[in-house]
Design a protein around this ligand. Structure first.
Ligand SMILES: *[C@@H]1O[C@H](CO)[C@@H](O)[C@H](O)[C@H]1NC(C)=O
Ligand SMILES: *[C@@H]1O[C@H](CO)[C@@H](O)[C@H](O)[C@H]1NC(C)=O
Length: 418
């Protein structure tokens, strides 16, 4: 990104200076070139020859989380356009077992990430020489990007060997703190704990792992490594994820709130619909305490910071409130100049209208509340159910993967990058 946009700025700068420094010449040349604009020596022509740097990254993006989003952000920073290959269901099944999220949902998720420019569906699991050629020739890819963790194929070879040999490989630093294995581990634990009720103190245990902090069960059973979250929320990461934009002077601000736990395709769809209702979408993310109190003690699976990053990475979101109040107050509506408060039909707390204290009572009384028809019937519970129904298979797969992740963390040395 740096070099090309930097040069573009320089070019523009040079053109301005030149015109200012030689008014007469400038004017005559402007007249000359106005009919054939492409010949303009400082602007379009050179930039047209200098095509944008296109970088490619692939992945399964199963149970997509902010770690994936951060990888995509880093990849995008190595070029001007990011093209993402999403591995097909069949290839995932063949290489690592059934995915939790089917391809069409994974595509919705990847397309919604604000750093993604194009998506190639049904990408192969390994970049073969043939597919690499296709990437270079058909998709005009300049570089293939991958994290600093090794990606070994079943036959023991490096999945990116071809790209490396061709000198078209670039590496990014793996995002600390979360992996799909870790998240699946948190969910499985939540299921396991619910089946061994009496011997444990539920609420405290569940709170422990939902915040990703627990080390041991109270009865001395050592938790599997997958349960420990390495996530360290830094302000820098939040800044990197945020748009840093405030609403324009006449912007119509739409507000939507929720838990946004295990950010999924259903969330993406409702955020897209919400953003369509105005010019600026403000998303309120409920605190861990609020989510536990309303959805059950084993929720949320992802903590407030993790949930905030996932929502911030979504292209339809302009701003988030990290830890939004349960009730939408008049004060809040005034403070943020909210024009419309929306809520999805497939959200998990649809009983709110029956509740004694309706959290939307104020916007309803002001006539600025609207229910949006969610087109995708997916909730966080759907995702957890999918995992649970494949409990055994995932546990096996998870133990194997957890082991290699443990090795990664144990053998890890500092890698520069962000
Ligand atoms: C768990 O701990 C809380 C508070 O420490 C207590 O009120 C509750 O009864 C305990 N639950 C069980 C199942 O032991
Ligand atoms: C508040 O929002 C409305 C649009 O709903 C806009 O016309 C108005 O200018 C905004 N007020 C301020 C102070 O930005």
């Amino acid at each position: 990104m740096g070099s090309s946009s930097g040069e573009a700025v320089l070019e523009r700068h040079a053109a301005v200076k030149w015109v200012v420094g030689g008014v007469i010449v400038g004017v005559s040349l402007l007249g000359l070139y106005s009919s054939s604009y492409n010949l303009w020596p400082f602007g379009n022509r050179r930039r047209r020859n200098k095509r944008p740097i296109r970088v490619y990254m692939d992945g399964c993006f199963d149970m997509m989380h902010y770690g994936h989003c951060n990888a995509l952000r880093q990849a995008r920073a190595l070029g001007d356009q990011l093209i993402v290959g999403v591995v097909s269901d069949a290839e995932i099944i063949a290489n690592k077992g059934p995915p939790v999220t089917p391809l069409h949902e994974r595509l919705i998720m990847v397309n919604a990430v604000k750093w993604v420019d194009e998506v190639i569906p049904e990408a192969p699991y390994a970049i073969t020489e043939e597919f690499m050629k296709k990437l270079f020739d058909e998709y005009n890819i300049d570089y293939i990007i991958h994290g600093d963790d090794p990606c070994v194929l079943p036959d023991g070879t490096d999945a990116y060997a071809h790209a490396k040999k061709a000198g078209r490989y670039k590496q990014i630093k793996r995002t600390e703190g979360v992996s799909s294995t870790d998240i699946v581990g948190r969910m499985l634990l939540c299921v396991r704990e619910r089946t061994i009720t009496d011997s444990h103190n539920h609420s405290s245990l569940q709170r422990q792992f939902s915040n990703g902090r627990g080390q041991k069960f109270e009865d001395g059973v050592v938790a599997s490594g997958t349960r420990v979250s390495h996530f360290l929320p830094t302000s820098r990461r939040i800044v990197q994820f945020s748009n840093g934009r405030s609403p324009g002077p006449d912007a119509r601000i739409v507000y939507i709130d929720g838990a946004f736990d295990l950010f999924h395709a259903g969330h993406v769809e409702i955020l897209r619909l919400a953003r369509d209702r105005g010019d600026f979408l403000l998303v309120g993310i409920h605190t861990d305490q609020t989510v536990s109190a309303t959805r059950g003690l084993h929720r949320p699976i992802m903590n407030l910071h993790e949930r905030s990053l996932s929502v911030l990475a979504c292209r339809y979101v302009d701003e988030v409130i990290i830890g939004a109040p349960w009730e939408v107050s008049r004060d809040m509506i005034t403070t943020f100049n909210i024009s419309l408060v929306v809520h999805g039909t497939t959200a998990e707390n649809t009983d709110f209208q029956k509740e004694q204290s309706n959290p939307y009572a104020v916007p309803i009384s002001m006539g600025i509340f609207q229910i949006l028809d969610s087109s995708l019937d997916i909730t966080t519970t759907t995702i957890i159910r999918r995992i649970v129904s494949n409990h055994e298979a995932y546990q096996k797969r998870n133990e194997k993967k957890g082991e290699s992740e443990k090795n990664y963390y144990e053998g890890k040395t500092h890698v520069t990058g962000d």
